[in-house]
Design a protein around this ligand. Structure first.
Ligand code: NAI
Ligand code: MG
Length: 494
């Protein structure tokens, strides 16, 4: 991912109250309830959104089931599904500015970032899986005896998807694109903080020709709508991205209901390791981006920054200059590189971590406070002298808080890097190829970046070791999440 700080002038969108999408119809919730979605840069309400609960989930799942069983989505040619997905990608591209603006408004990310990072990855993801639609085929298998044996990759069925607020459009694409390509039907519950862009893409999906009932969007809260989807007896699979403890609830709900298939993309506390032989300027740039991008609200944030003691002071000095140049402000303003956190709740949670860092004896070099005025802003914060046992070094902060730790050699930093219950991502900065290979092979993480950070591509899988999740999204691997393998034996020559 790369972000830029220049952008076309786009007005803040004016948004009317939003309904939910069930079976191709925009409707109120059964209860008639609405909830507010808020602009985190101002704290003001953008609009109200229909609030789904169990009854709405039941209706949406019934619609998805009907659409799955009666077609035409699951029964049309795979090539035709692919063509429709390409159309959806084209429509998203055509509406890129409006979608980016809606995302910035609801989430608080700088508009320039939404345009440079989020939207291109979203479009690429739909195109990538459009291409897979007619290529996900089974095998013929040379079994013993007079049998013809083959496998089919069939859609898993009705899919429930629960996504977070940090990359609403991108998480929707990661969930929808492979599910659509394989012929599934789905019910999405977007995060309550950021429901708007999901609803906007659902409108485009209809325009692209995705039949009614294939995608249903039920905004609402986790313990109500989310839990109802998780424990629904007629949902075949649940895909979730969010907090680890929520992931545990999802798995439990799936287990206690109908053993629906589960994929989880959860948090991280990713070690980012800078050796003294690295290009220090590159390492500073990449480490800055790897932590502060998206206001630090990234599951793969490089939030344990291990710097070899020999270059520690030099690295810190350069990093501080970079951090001081950060421009915080309204996501729609030119040149802004840091917007607000997504909500007051997240801001307070992050401030709690900053307080604990101070209390546990880390050195606060920069930031650490909240600016005066409206919005959920936090100053870009840097701690040095961080030790592995401190809370800020153990738990996911999900904010603009950089923790710098010192190390002496590769074996030590590998051991310390792996000493965490997460295993989502890691990075290593060095010009020594042997060191790069040793460290990347030995770190227990789903993705390792060498001399780079936050590189993503729809073709390459992403997911976590250990408590960072279950399964992989993106790439060919993600097709497995949305398919069942059927084995057929046919007797020959009888
Ligand atoms: P969360 O896990 O509660 O929310 C993510 C999604 O799960 C939302 O759509 C929410 O409505 C839903 N959800 C919540 N409780 C649920 C339940 N019982 N059943 C079904 N669905 C449920 O995360 P939250 O509270 O917004 O953020 C807390 C922390 O989680 C963050 O500070 C961060 O550390 C982590 N997080 C990690 C993300 C990632 O990308 N891995 C994304 C968002 C949060
Ligand atoms: Mg929560």
């Amino acid at each position: 991912m790369t972000a830029v700080s220049s952008q076309p002038k786009i007005a803040k969108p004016k948004v009317v109250d939003q309904l939910m999408l069930i079976d191709g119809k925009w409707c109120h919730s059964v209860s008639g309830k609405m909830f507010d979605t808020v602009n985190p840069a101002t704290g003001q309400v953008i609009c109200r959104v229909a609030e789904g609960d169990k009854e709405d989930i039941n209706l949406a799942v019934a619609a998805a089931r009907r659409a799955f069983e009666t077609g035409p989505w699951s029964t049309m040619s795979a090539a035709e599904r692919g063509r429709i997905l390409y159309r959806l990608a084209d429509l998203i591209e055509k509406n890129m500015l409006e979608l980016a603006a809606l995302e910035s408004l609801d989430n608080g990310k700088p508009l320039a970032d939404a345009l440079a990072a989020d939207l291109p990855l979203v479009i690429k993801c739909y195109r990538y899986y459009a291409g897979w639609a007619d290529k996900n085929h089974g095998k013929t298998i040379p079994v013993e005896g007079d049998f013809f044996c083959y496998t089919r990759h069939e859609p898993v069925g009705v899919v429930g998807q629960i996504i977070p607020w940090n990359f609403p459009l991108l998480m929707q694409a990661w969930k929808w694109a492979p599910a659509l390509a394989t012929g599934c039907t789905m019910v999405l519950k977007p995060a309550e903080q950021t429901p708007l862009s999901a609803l906007a893409v659902a409108k485009l999906a209809h325009e692209a020709g995705i039949p009614h009932g294939v995608i249903n969007v039920v905004p609402g809260f986790g313990p109500t709508a989310g839990a109802a989807l998780t424990s629904h007896m007629d949902v075949d699979k649940i895909a979730f991205t969010g907090e680890t403890t929520t992931g545990q609830l999802i798995m439990e709900g799936a287990a206690r209901s109908n053993l629906k298939r589960v994929t989880l993309e959860l948090g991280g506390k990713s070690p980012n390791i800078v050796f003294s032989d690295a290009d220090i300027d590159d390492a500073v740039e990449g480490s800055w981006f790897g932590l502060f991008f998206n206001q630090g609200q990234c599951c793969c944030a490089g939030s344990r920054l291990y710097v070899e003691d020999k270059v520690h002071d030099q690295f810190v000095e350069k990093m501080l200059a970079k951090v001081k140049a950060q421009k915080m402000g309204d996501p729609f303003d030119q040149g802004v590189t840091q917007g607000p956190q997504v909500s007051a709740g997240q801001r307070d949670r992050i401030m709690g971590f900053i307080d604990s860092g101070k209390a546990e004896g880390a050195h606060l070099l920069s930031g650490g406070g909240r600016p005066q005025g409206p919005g959920y802003f936090i100053e870009p914060t840097v701690f040095t002298g961080v030790e592995d046992h401190m809370r800020i070094a153990k738990y996911e902060i999900f904010g603009p808080v950089m923790n710098i730790l010192k190390f002496k050699d590769a074996d030590e930093v590998i051991r310390r890097g792996n000493n965490n219950f997460f295993g989502l991502a890691a990075a290593v900065w060095t010009r020594d190829i042997n060191k790069a290979l040793k460290v990347s092979n030995q770190l227990r993480a789903g993705t390792v970046w060498v001399n780079c950070y936050d590189v993503f591509d729809a073709a390459a899988p992403f997911g976590g070791f250990k408590m960072s999740g279950l399964g992989r999204e993106l790439g060919e691997y993600a097709l497995q999440n949305y398919t069942e393998v059927k084995t057929v034996y046919m007797a020959l020559g009888k």
